[in-house]
Design a binder for this molecule. Structure first.
Ligand code: FAD
Ligand code: FES
Ligand code: FES
Length: 1356
């Protein structure tokens, strides 16, 4: 092996891969996976651990959610032995970013390795499932493995440690609360789930659980398998015994395109770098891995520095600490904490700032592998550590074969965007971080869109040294990230501050210098220029206050006259969040309900255990079929263009490529879409209408080859004028010819009789579905034109018919199957079916099975989003706030084709009233045509956007009329029996009950006083409180969709197989349907199974959407079961004491059919668009939420303190599932209204691709207290088992957070002496919050006028 290394060091990078002698001398990779020894003499170093696990070892439990370390779905545990200190360490890593060769001589544990449903589930798996913490299950294995790793390191963790361990895991379904609650049982004072009377759940904060028949327990923790840490698998002894041998020699792994070296001495590393300056050092691979996967980089020679002692040690030196460049960030933090603990506080102020910054640096999985050297070498302008290192004046040790040198990390270290003074043959050896002295103060700052696991918008490191015994500045360094192409020093400020006193007037004096030091021209990369500039001032102000406070505490005499006003103190308050807690209240089943009747009980999701153990099969987990090929998309790079030519020559010449498929290969119809208009092309042939549109498909042996070839296809375009935003569409008159209007009463008269007229605009942005499983399809051609499509989509029947149309065959030749989806939310309702047809055309061309799982960035580019909306409103009210007239123009951004946009628009128009009555209304809807991927259905289907308008209007009226937010709503609520503005009678009106209960539950009145009091006492932190109601209509807008079918078989052993038209995407539909069948057949749910959704079993089904699937499919299943029960009745009567099995057996032997179909449809619903009247909804679902937030007026940061929800779900079919839908929907709505900021470039390229740039809520974002009650004693006579739909209605309640933020901002504005009323668009991002607060800092910054410059990004 040494020979190989020396051979390689004598080769140049370009010749390495051609040297066959080297290839033949490649080492054998050895590691353990789940206790099994893996010995691979032919490993391909280009592979990630995840690909290796999933494709080579066929361990598909670990999921691919993003491929960039941002979602945690791929989390596994890596264990290694340290011969030096004879310890075994366990770390959680992202398998998607772990190079396979980096685990040589280590042990990997995946979700399959810790337990299974066939043997024994590990308590980590069991508790997650039983606590209802798994819905679609795609995130679940990653969450299980994060928790498992924590337990391996800390068998009894604290709640804080549990919350922290999930910083790198995302879940789009559950809303996180049940996961945390389930895992709380591992803590010392773990919650038993309410089993004991003393449990925290039974003494909830101010919430009465005295009501008879109301329960707070969704799982029985006393039945959990006890956790015994001593029973964990042992570390493979071979890896301990032979580690010295394995680790003391350099390793070389040579593949077809990539070679991997693991030198073990500095000398070897430097030799390698000297002969191959382009050899890429890969430490944690958290930058390099992303570059290779998403930035088209190829590094043929990779060098792993993690086994070189000089790079992996941490030493305390007389002047500070020396940290080896390959030390992981977790280790850096641990070592620094140790030193902080031992040394006097004043010496370790830089260390404390680094530790605090690392808390907000990525998630654990990244920090466990990412290195300090990797961060410095990357030299990203938004590196979180470099501003600290620069401000602390750290030194960097560099080394090359020709010698060592030490450079200071000063203003000269970074030489350009991601460039520095390190020479190509040099490596970073270590960084020296100095101690501070007593009169030296140091702080770090970071503001990012989301607090946890997010990159900075602006960050800073700030250090000041005061002349001893004075408050005079002796030296100061202020370093900023996110303000230029490199981390920069604010040099003029630093110069001018020297010699000044740290006292009143300092901030004002320094502001002009800071603005001069940190300018941003309009349109600067990153955008948000005024906000970023304001952050530079805010951070400095915070620094000023923090140092002043330190002086006050330590040397009060120095700052006489410059005391921090009490109302300023909270400006610097560190972020602190109590562990999430909450109560869930629901009604127990009536006494006397038979045990066998599962309806109304909190049953565990049917697939939860399989999901928690990694056994649940998603499309891409299916083993490859013989002859299977892989697809890669050739996508448009232009937003609007004519295609001039497509050259596939180079791509087709690549080894392993089988075909290029395009519009010419579509045997049937290339023009498809959602009814009523077919305007979606499968393959673009003449023009492209958005970036990402499919032009063709490469078919190849595997994904890597297909994707490489797709990038080699050359497309020439002739660009055309493109439109992206609603405002541009209005200006360019770019609309679909769909214009809807609903008018009632006499608008003119309404305005004339109004005391006040309020006019305004409000906008809501796009929202990406971000289901964890991207679009995935497997197509298997059969005999005689038959074709089987297995895909992750919500509409198997639509997939069937689109595939049939594309191929020009009858639907009976197509079988469309869906086992489960890793989340859908509307994003797999319409457009995923078209995508399946694209794949089917390819399979048809090559006559072989084909598979395609989109990468996250591809999925986000082509799948469409929730429709952005712009509302222009004019409202007339009386002086006491009553609505007299309402005129609203709703503009939706539909993207490039119709899809379901007309229905979305119609539904939005019918929800613009939310819960309020107005006698004179005119609502007009417009659909903007833009050059974006076609926007599509998303949980709520236009309603949340419209209800936001109603609530915005209410909040404006309250200000105008001087009413409280409660009063203005009280005055305007509909009453039971009223008609909506489009004429539907409001029967069974439960909103008032929800409203009253929520006011009491949330203790609204007292908390309003508290919030006002807090705001009076605090200038830079403000709290806000808001109450938000919702009324959500249930039905499909397209009338004929309101139907469903079922097929129920009873087998002669008594087991029952239910098939229906709905798909399981995490929402628990199959579980609820089993409960309906259990009730109807009067048998325990264990006897009933649902296998999959299959168009050959139940035909012509509607999409699983509109929250209506439980109702419709439930009706169908009920009917089928009733038919069967009716057939069994004679046998039951013949043998009343018999068993279910005996009756079935008797019927079977009597030749009675034990199979039946069932059919369900909603009552006749209609809407007459000519008259603007109708009865379009089967019924309405009601809910109310109260939320409280705290904002940081200086940065725009916020925290949700508490949310209380009361939701009317009728008689819940399954309270655990309904609770999950409410909490999950609410947190998704929180993403919509606050966090998720979708942006495109001015040329239409999606900028917010992947979890790195698009921030969905994470574990740390959930309300610190989250209480949810299901309205009791509210049966719904209009739906199955008196229940109500629940999937979509709760989402809008998250607007309570949006309006609480608005409330908080209003207080800040009042303090600043500006009007409380202002426009707040959704999402209420940190930028919008900060810029709405306005104060002496924002006033210093000029905001360029729109249209006078080219912005960096657009919000469509
Ligand atoms: C999900 C995710 C979240 C992230 N969050 C943050 C964040 O919050 N803040 C932040 O600042 N960054 C963040 N990053 C960026 C990244 O994690 C850091 O920059 C990290 O420190 C890089 O270290 P690494 O060891 O993984 O680097 P690698 O990817 O291994 O290498 C990065 C670069 O450094 C070079 N390099 C590595 N070691 C040396 C050495 N000793 N000498 C010379 N060159 C060397 C490599 O050749 C390469 O060019 C995030 C990345 C991901 C994927
Ligand atoms: S798939 Fe690895 S973190 Fe998302
Ligand atoms: S259950 Fe977490 S993403 Fe679906």
């Amino acid at each position: 092996m040494v020979r190989v290394l020396s051979t390689l060091t004598s080769l140049t990078t370009d010749t390495i891969m051609d040297n066959l002698a080297v290839k033949s001398d490649s080492d054998t990779l050895l590691f353990y996976c789940n206790g099994t020894k893996i010995f691979d003499p032919d490993v391909d170093p280009a592979l990630t651990l995840l690909t290796y696990l999933r494709t080579k070892l066929r361990l598909t439990g670990s999921k691919l959610g993003c491929g960039e370390g941002g979602c945690g779905a791929c989390t596994v545990m890596v264990s290694k032995y340290s011969p030096k200190d004879k310890t075994i360490s366990h770390i959680a890593v992202n398998a998607c970013l772990t190079p396979i060769c980096s685990v040589h001589a280590m042990a990997v544990t995946t979700v399959e390795g810790i337990g299974s449903t066939t043997t024994r589930l590990h308590p980590v798996q069991e508790r997650l499932a039983k606590a209802h913490g798994s819905q679609c299950g795609f995130c679940t294995p990653g969450i299980v493995m994060s928790m498992y790793t924590l337990l391996r390191n800390r068998p009894q963790p604290t709640m804080e440690e549990i919350e922290s361990t999930f910083e790198g895991n995302l879940c789009r379904c559950t809303g996180y609360r049940p996961i945390l609650q389930g895992y709380k049982t591992f803590t010392k004072d773990g919650c038993c789930g309410g089993t004991n009377t003393t449990c925290c759940k039974n003494i909830p904060n101010g919430i009465s659980v005295q009501e008879e028949g109301v329960l707070t327990t969704l799982f029985d923790a006393s039945k959990f398998t006890p956790f015994d840490p001593s029973q964990e698998p042992i570390f493979p002894p071979e890896l301990m015994i032979n580690l010295y041998e394995m680790d003391s020699r350099p390793r070389t792994f040579v593949g077809v395109r990539v070679a991997w070296f693991r030198p073990v001495t500095l000398q070897q590393l430097l030799e390698l770098k000297a002969t191959n300056p382009k050899a890429k050092i890969v430490a944690g691979n958290s930058e390099v891995g992303v570059e290779v996967k998403f930035k088209n980089q190829h590094y043929p020679v990779l060098v792993d520095p993690t086994h070189i002692p000089e790079l992996t040690s941490v030493e305390r030196t007389p002047s500070g600490v020396r940290i080896g460049a390959a030390v992981s960030l977790t280790s850096v933090s641990d070592h620094l904490k140790e030193i902080i603990h031992k040394e006097p506080e004043h010496k370790t102020r830089v260390f404390a700032a680094i530790v605090e910054m690392l808390r907000w640096f990525a998630g654990h999985q990244i920090r466990n592998v990412a290195t300090i050297g990797g961060n410095i070498a990357t030299s990203s302008p938004i590196s979180d550590l470099n501003p600290l290192f620069m401000a602390a004046v750290c030194t960097i040790e560099l080394s090359s074969k020709s010698g060592k040198r030490t450079v200071s990390m000063d203003g000269n270290f970074f030489t350009g965007y991601r460039k520095n003074v390190i020479k190509t043959d040099e490596i970073i050896l270590a960084i020296n971080v100095p101690f501070t002295c007593e009169n030296e103060f140091f702080y770090g700052y970071k503001q990012s869109p989301r607090r946890e696991d997010d990159i900075a918008i602006v960050n800073a490191g700030m250090r000041v040294v005061l002349t001893p015994g004075t408050n005079e500045v002796q030296d100061c360094s202020l370093s900023y990230g996110g303000m230029a192409p490199t981390t920069v020093l604010a040099t003029k400020t630093m110069k001018n501050i020297t010699g000044r006193c740290w006292s009143d007037g300092l901030v004002e004096a320094m502001t002009p210098f800071l603005l001069e030091d940190l300018p941003l021209t309009p349109g600067a990369p990153g955008g948000m220029e005024p906000y970023r500039q304001s952050l530079t001032l805010s951070f400095f102000f915070k620094f000023y206050l923090a140092v002043l406070e330190q002086l006050r505490l330590k040397q009060p005499g120095l700052i006489s006259g410059s005391a921090v006003p009490p109302s300023y103190k909270s400006a610097n308050q560190p972020y602190h969040k109590n562990s999430a807690r909450g109560v869930q209240l629901y009604q127990e089943v009536p006494s006397g309900q038979p045990d066998s009747d599962a309806v109304g009980r909190p049953l565990t999701h049917q697939s939860a255990f399989k999901q928690a153990s990694g056994e649940a099969i998603y499309v891409d987990d299916m083993p490859p079929i013989k002859g299977e090929l892989y697809l890669a998309l050739v996508m448009s790079r232009k937003a609007h263009a004519n295609i001039l030519s497509v050259d596939t020559t180079v791509a087709l010449a690549l080894n392993g490529v089988h075909a290029y498929v395009n519009a010419d290969d579509v045997p049937g119809n290339n023009l498809l879409g959602s009814s009523p208009v077919y305007d979606d092309v499968l393959y673009a042939d003449k023009t492209v209408n958005f970036v990402g549109q499919v032009i063709g498909v490469i078919v190849a042996d595997n994904q890597a080859i297909a994707q490489r070839a797709a990038k080699l296809v050359r497309v020439e375009y002739e660009e055309l004028l493109a439109v992206f935003t609603i405002e541009d569409a209005i200006e360019q008159n770019s609309f679909f010819p769909v214009s809807r209007c609903i008018q009632t009463g006499d608008l003119d008269q309404g305005f004339e009789t109004s005391d006040h007229i309020i006019e305004g605009e409000v906008r809501s942005g796009a929202q990406e579905h971000f289901y964890l499983e991207t679009w995935t399809t497997l197509v298997i051609p059969g005999e005689g034109g038959e074709i089987e499509v297995i895909s992750a989509n919500q509409s198997p029947s639509r997939t069937q018919s689109l595939v049939a149309e594309a191929l020009g065959i009858a639907s009976h030749k197509v079988v469309s199957r869906v086992k489960r989806l890793g989340g859908g939310f509307g994003g797999k309702e319409a457009r995923a079916c078209l995508h399946a047809a694209v794949c089917a055309v390819a399979a048809n061309k090559v006559k072989r099975p084909v598979r395609l799982m989109l990468d996250r960035n591809e999925d986000m580019m082509i799948s469409g989003t929730r429709h952005p909306f712009l509302a222009r409103y004019k409202v007339g009210v009386t002086s006491y706030g009553q609505l007299r007239a309402l005129e609203v123009d709703l503009y939706s951004n539909a993207g490039s084709t119709y899809d379901c946009s007309p229905s979305v628009l119609e539904r939005s128009m019918q929800h613009v009233d939310n819960c309020y009555k107005c006698p004179n209304v005119k609502v007009t809807g417009h659909m903007c045509r833009t050059n974006l991927a076609s926007n599509t259905g998303f949980r709520g289907f236009g309603s949340p956007q419209a209800m936001l308008v109603a609530e915005t209007i209410m909040s404006e009226i309250a200000l105008k009329c001087g009413l409280t937010q409660i009063k203005v709503r009280d005055v305007n609520f509909y009453k039971g029996g009223d008609e909506t503005f489009y004429g539907q009678e409001l029967k069974h009106w439960n909103l008032d009950k929800c409203w009253d209960q929520c006011l009491v539950q949330s203790d609204y009145d007292n908390r309003r006083l508290d919030v006002d009091e807090y705001n009076r006492k605090n200038r830079w932190r403000k709290r806000g409180l808001a109450i938000t109601p919702t009324k959500f209509g249930i039905s499909f807008i397209v009338k004929y969709y309101n139907q469903a079918g079922a097929l129920v078989h009873i087998y002669n052993d008594g087991s029952v197989l239910v098939s229906h038209g709905g798909t399981e995407m995490g929402q628990g539909l199959h579980t609820k349907m089993i409960q309906v069948a259990s009730k109807t057949l009067r048998i325990p749910q264990e006897k009933i199974h649902i296998n999959e959704t299959n168009t050959s079993q139940v035909p012509n089904t509607s999409s699983t959407a509109a929250s209506f699937s439980s109702d419709l499919n439930g009706m169908a299943i009920k009917e089928a079961c009733e038919t069967l029960l009716h057939r069994l009745e004679p046998f039951i009567q013949d043998n009343p004491k018999g068993t279910w099995e005996s009756w079935v057996d008797a019927a079977y032997k009597d030749r009675i059919s034990l199979s039946s179909t069932g059919f369900g449809r909603a009552r006749d619903l209609y809407f007459d668009w000519e008259k603007g009247k109708g009865d379009p909804y089967a019924y309405f679902v009601y809910g109310v939420a109260v939320s409280e937030v705290e904002i940081d007026c200086l940065t725009g940061d916020h925290q949700v303190q508490r949310t209380d929800i009361v939701m009317d779900v009728g008689d819940s079919l399954n309270p655990a599932i309904d609770m999950g839908q409410i909490e999950g929907g609410f947190i998704q709505g929180y993403g919509l209204f606050v966090l998720e900021d979708y942006r495109v470039s001015p040329s239409g390229q999606l900028l917010t691709t992947g979890p790195g740039f698009y921030k969905i809520p994470s574990f740390g974002d959930i309300p610190a207290e989250f209480n949810v009650s299901l309205l009791t004693r509210a049966p719904n006579p209009l739906a199955i088992c008196s229940s109500k739909a629940v999937g979509e209605p709760p989402l809008f309640l998250a607007a309570s957070i949006f309006f609480a933020i608005k409330d908080a901002i209003q207080s800040a504005r009042e303090d600043a002496g500006i009007p409380r009323a202002f426009r707040l668009d959704s999402p209420a991002t940190a930028e919008r919050i900060r810029m709405a607060c306005q104060d002496q800092f924002t006033k210093q910054i000029s905001t360029p006028e729109e249209g006078t410059y080219k912005p960096f990004f657009l919000r469509p």
